[in-house]
Structure formats: C-alpha cells, structure tokens
Design a protein around this ligand. Structure first.
Ligand code: NAD
Length: 320
C-alpha cells in the first residue's frame, strides 16, 4: 500500500524523457504529483533536440489519468530554465520538487577531450543544475517548502576512466547541493544528491566506449549476478523518498547500486596536528605521513567549512 503521496504537489523532472528521469516522472505522477517533464530530446552526447521524448512521457502520464506537461528546453540555457519554472508555476500554481536529472555524456581520454566536450558536459550537468535550482528557488522560498534532488554519480565521487568532464561536473554538483542545503535550511528547502546506476542509453554508451573486452565483462556481470537491478526504476524509490515531505534528510549524498541503497559521505581522518606558531616543514609532513593517511583511528564528517575548523579545535581538547 502506498503511504507516501505527492497529491497536490508539483514537480519538475529534468531529463525526464527517458532512462532514469522517465521512471521518476511516471512514479511521481502515479502518486498524485503534477509533473513538468523536461527533456531536450537530443542524442546521448546532448546534440540535437526534439519535443518527442518529453511528450511521449507526458502522454503516458495523462493516459494513466495523471497530470503532466512537456518542455523540451535545454536546462543549460539560463533563460530557458527560468521559463521552465515559470511554466510550472503558471500551469500548476506552485513548485515543490525539482529533480535535476538531465545529463549528457562524452567519453574520451583526458588529453583528447575537446573544449567543446568539456563545455557541453559542464553546461548540461553543472550549469543546468544551477540554472534550475536558481529558477525554482524564489517559488520554494515563498512557500517555505522545497525538495531539491541533484543527480551526481559514482564517477564524480570515485572516478571512472574516460570521464574527466562528466566526473568534474558531477563532483561540482555535490558542491552545489552542499550550499543549496545550507542556504535552504532557513526556508524549508531540503537538498540532497543521489548517485544512481542504470542500464540506460548513457550506461550502454559508456560500455561501448570502454571497448569490446570490458564490454564483455560488463555484459557477463549484467547477466549473471544482478537480476533486474540495473533497471532505471530501481533508482526511483530513493530519489522520490528524498523528494517527499516525510523525508527530513538534507545536505546528504546517497548511492543506489544494484538495489543497495547507502549514504555516501566525505570523511576527514584524525590526521596529524602541527604546532600552530609556524608552518610545518616538508620533512615534518614526510615524518608524519602515516598518521596523516591513517583512517583506522576514525574520522569526522564536517557539514560546513566552519564546522571543520571547529572540529579541529575541539580535537585539541581530546589530545590533552
Ligand atoms: P539518459 O541519457 O537516458 O537520460 C538523460 C536525459 O537527459 C536524456 O533523456 C536527455 O535527452 C536529457 N538531456 C540531455 N541534455 C539535456 C539538456 N540540456 N536539457 C534537458 N534535458 C537534457 O541517461 P540516464 O542514465 O537515465 O541518466 C539520468 C541521469 O543519471 C544523468 O544525470 C546521468 O548522468 C545520471 N547517472 C546515470 C547513471 C547510470 O548508470 N545510468 C549513473 C550515474 C549517474
């Protein structure tokens, strides 16, 4: 039985015309949410565009009795992003949820990634997520309620070969989410990031770009061990829980990987404390390298820059 409802809520799902975004949009609508399905409708690299991808998902939603409208604007364009938010507010009267999910992919070795590739990746993932967050912000602030779900990636947090631009943009999204969460706190706006995994056209492109050997290994993994857990729909429960009123999480990152859902965090090891009257020497660093790198003595997870300063000072007391 569904106990979490989105009745009366309004959501924007970017990149909602296919893959993971489509699954998010369909489930939001099934649970009563009015949805703006945004999708550029281009290829996996983000080239070209058409209204059809967003419209097909809107047709699916309305055929099932739900409420949705389509947008095929690019989130990379600040004016278009503002237009998407205005359309949502004009048509449905409010904006409660933004799922920043739109993304493109250009897999190349670092030295081969062109300026155009780099700019296109940052523009869609990072600037697009910022454009949309800024556009919905005044609507959410006015009602003292909002749920922002940013789509990051294990590539950005951990790294994946051939994804310099993609990973940099995805890591940047974490910085964007961190500050949105801190600034949103006073306005009832929560922000979290997800790291999804799915057998989408994007994932298939990555496998193809890795070459036949890795592709075969990947295909074997798909068949043997994972059941249906690479279906895009496996990512939707986590993203939609974060988008729901009942979820109080903010300022956090969560991974969905083959059905395993887990918090991801940045930890700071205990480290080595230099005396504070003069900078340490290179030799001091070398002499304390093991202590600096040692994670076995536990770690802290600061929730802001100032909290890291406070934590370091508080460790003084613990040392004495
Ligand atoms: P996908 O290619 O099916 O979905 C991305 C969608 O974004 C596409 O429908 C595309 O048309 C749309 N889009 C691209 N540029 C746009 C723009 N400028 N404006 C509006 N829409 C635009 O791939 P997916 O796997 O469903 O990816 C969804 C999100 O999840 C992406 O942000 C992706 O980076 C992220 N992600 C996916 C995986 C995975 O394993 N599939 C892993 C980590 C992160």
């Amino acid at each position: 039985m569904d106990t979490i409802t989105f009745e009366g809520r309004v959501a924007i799902v970017t990149g909602g015309g296919g893959g993971i975004g489509r699954a998010h949009a369909l489930e939001l609508a099934r649970r009563g949410c009015a949805v703006v399905v945004n999708d550029l409708g281009g290829d996996v690299a983000g080239r070209g565009g058409s209204a059809s991808m967003a419209e097909r998902v809107v047709d699916e939603i309305t055929a099932a009795g739900g409420k949705a409208i389509a947008s095929h604007d690019s989130v990379a364009d600040p004016a278009a992003a503002a237009g998407i938010a205005d359309t949502a507010a004009d048509r449905f009267g409010r904006i409660d949820i933004l799922i920043n999910n739109a993304g493109n992919l250009r897999n190349k070795a670092l030295e081969s990634l062109t300026d155009d590739d780099w700019q296109a990746l940052l523009a869609t993932h990072l600037t697009g997520s910022f454009n949309m967050a800024r556009a919905v912000w005044p609507h959410m602030k006015a009602r003292k309620y909002g749920r922002l779900v940013f789509t990051a990636s294990s590539s950005g947090l951990f790294g994946t070969a051939l994804q310099t631009g993609y990973a940099a943009a995805k890591a940047g999204i974490i910085g964007l989410m961190n500050v949105a969460a801190i600034e949103g706190e006073a306005h009832g706006i929560h922000a979290n990031a997800v790291m999804p995994n799915a057998d989408s056209r994007m994932a298939r492109q990555t496998m193809a770009d890795w070459g036949p050997e890795k592709q075969e290994q990947g295909a074997a993994l798909m068949l043997d061990a994972i059941g249906n857990s690479m279906d895009p729909e496996f990512n939707t429960p986590l993203a939609l829980f974060l988008a729901s009123e009942s979820c109080q999480s903010t300022h956090a990152i969560y991974s969905q990987c083959l059905g395993r859902v887990a918090r991801v965090f940045v930890g700071v090891a205990q480290g080595w404390q230099a005396q504070r009257q003069a900078p340490p020497t290179l030799e001091d660093i070398a002499a304390h390298w093991e202590e600096i790198c040692d994670t076995s003595r536990g770690f802290t997870t600061p929730t802001s820059s100032s909290e890291e300063l406070a934590l370091v000072l508080s460790q003084d007391a613990a040392r004495q």
